[in-house]
Design a binder for this molecule. Sequence first.
Ligand SMILES: [Zn+2]
Length: 271
Amino acid sequence: MSADAPLTALVALLVLAAAALLAQPWWAGRRRERWRRQPFPPAWSRILERRVPLATRLPAPLQQRLRQLTQIFVAEKPFIGCDGQAIDDEVRVTIAAQACLLLLGQPGDVCFPQLRQVLVYPRPFVVPRKQWLPGGVLDEARQALAGESWGQGQVILAWSEVRADAPADGRNVVLHEFAHQIDQDGGAADGRPWRADAATRQRFAAVMDAAFARLQDEASSALDPYGATSPAEYFAVASEAFFERPQALAAEAPQVYEELARLYRLDPARW
Ligand SMILES: [Zn+2]
């Protein structure tokens, strides 16, 4: 064997690995094309009618788009049942379709690229929470949550809360947690989803910061008061209202509505 043989083998391996990496998006594109061409199962349409009423009010092209994105989401993202929660099409389609409302206006087939899995509990799940109390005391409390979004590509939801979401009341736990995922696409959840252009980033931040400060003083609002706890929560809560009570948000905070319309590339007040 020549002295160069190991080197040649290494180069060949590297070339193969690079080719496999380059082929990945191509394969993913082909797979998605196949899923997109599959008819949307009638049983799934009935789930949308039952569980995602907004989906049936969308303009026809967006209804079609939502079905395609839902198929891609269900095919690509693993759902994991925790604490005895069964995972069936009712769970998958209800969660996927609501999450994909946030993606309806985006070009291409971008489908929460960072998201690795969705964990579903039957009921609100209890997590330990540390918080500093006045006087520098560290308090460790246990808190029951309806949902949570992690930076490492994980969303956790309580199915009882997802099922109980009333339409058009401005609250929606799936929209809330997946809005956090969109925020976390650009790094930490800070209420600043990634935008390519610096001027757009500045304008978005100025509008959202002012509205966040206003919500802290407001006695009543179209937004869940939980949005006043941090800029990240403000963004998630405003996103819920943007889809669930768009007219009310546009009337109360027109600039916030405008910024979210630009971000999501959608105008739900017209639906
Ligand atoms: Zn939140």
